[in-house]
Design a protein around this ligand. Structure first.
Ligand code: AMP
Ligand code: MG
Length: 348
């Protein structure tokens, strides 16, 4: 069932329908300020197992548990005393904290780890849903495992059809990228997101470390890092060289291709073989972030059999944008015009 709900002033009767479904052990999709989540009662082992089955998610990749208050978080985990006030200050927002879990949480949620990832979302629908359910809600992004996360309900329907009990359609999400994940024990960012390093530093009074992912990590800091993610099914090439070269490549390609770039760069492309997918103004990286996943999904809908995409500065939310693009292109990053051309020529 699809429930259309007002994202600013959620209708309580509809929220109750979804909350009841969660309490009965069913799955419900809901919008958060980051991406859409596929939610279940975090205290119900069977319901959480169904999340993994529905998504095709590897069982060793734990779920984020969403709460509506610090008190709810404290029932689930040991929140270090020194950070309690800071977390209060930071939430609700797109930041997830990894902390030591309590036994009340079933094993499926944390994939057998001793820690749990907790977040209080800053979206009226998500918050009301958790409050009405009176339960913490475990929710990964509501996409088939490996696909770009959904930032609108239609993408959820694209992936799952009518396989989910309830889908709340609350319009497009605000940020369009998944939450920042930080391990509080080591104060290290496991996944960059919309809550920037600058914001973390301001609230916590210290600069977080960033876990740099190398190609082969024997022991990833966050299990999700092991997997290819956010990927369209067609090849995607990321160009990290200068704008002039990028425009030059695109205007001279002799076969059709998807061209994903800022409005400013798209405006300079006159090659008729280019299917332009505009990410928004390069002056506003939040707009680029918001449009990123729907643009990656669009590649599979258009005719051309590959795509090339612009790179962005790894500053502020740009760090999260580039993190997702790196994963989406599976390491196909080119700084050199001629090397990229060589790869493109090889595509059938
Ligand atoms: P998703 O909800 O699909 O956006 O992914 C949640 C991310 O949080 C994944 O990268 C998980 O591996 C990560 N995560 C969840 N719980 C933990 C945990 N206890 N320790 C480390 N990473 C976690
Ligand atoms: Mg995900």
């Amino acid at each position: 069932m699809i429930l259309k709900i007002n994202p600013i002033k959620p209708e309580l009767d509809k929220i109750r329908m979804a909350a009841n479904a969660i309490r009965e052990g069913k799955l419900a999709v809901f919008p958060t300020e980051t991406v859409y989540g596929l939610g279940a009662n975090a205290l119900d082992d069977e319901a959480c197992k169904r999340i993994f089955l529905t998504k095709g998610r590897p069982q060793d990749n734990p779920l984020i548990v969403h709460v509506s208050s610090i008190e709810m978080a404290e029932k689930l985990a040991e929140i270090p005393k020194e950070y309690l006030q800071k977390i209060r200050q930071a939430w609700p927002s797109p930041i997830t904290f990894i902390v030591k879990k309590k036994n009340i949480l079933p094993n499926s949620v944390t994939a057998g780890l001793e820690t749990v990832a907790l977040r209080m979302p800053a979206h009226p629908i998500a918050l009301e849903l958790i409050k009405e359910a009176g339960l913490p809600i475990a929710a990964p992004s509501a996409n088939l495992s490996g696909k770009p996360s959904p930032t609108e309900a239609s993408s959820v329907i694209e992936d799952f059809g009518d396989r989910i009990d309830i889908i709340i359609d609350g319009g497009p999400t605000f940020f369009g990228l998944e939450s920042t994940v930080i391990d509080l024990e080591t104060f290290t960012i496991a996944r960059p997101g919309p809550f920037t390093i600058g914001e973390i530093t301001k609230i916590f009074g210290k600069i977080p470390k960033i876990f740099k992912q190398t190609k082969e990590i024997a022991k990833p800091m966050s299990p999700g890092m092991k997997y290819r993610h956010y990927a369209p099914s067609k090849p995607l090439f990321l160009f990290s060289g200068d704008n002039e070269s990028f425009v030059n490549i695109a205007n001279n390609l002799g076969k059709s291709f998807c061209f994903i770039a800022s409005n400013e760069i798209c405006g300079r492309i006159y090659n008729e073989k280019a299917v332009k997918i505009r990410l928004g103004s390069s002056k506003n990286l939040y707009e680029i972030a918001k449009n990123l996943f729907s643009s990656l999904r669009a590649i599979d809908k258009f005719e051309p059999n590959f795509a090339i995409c612009e790179s962005f500065e790894e500053k502020g939310i740009g760090l999260a944008i580039m993190n997702r693009l790196h994963k989406a292109c599976g390491g196909a990053i080119f700084a050199d015009e001629n090397r990229l051309k060589k790869f493109i020529t090889a595509i059938k």
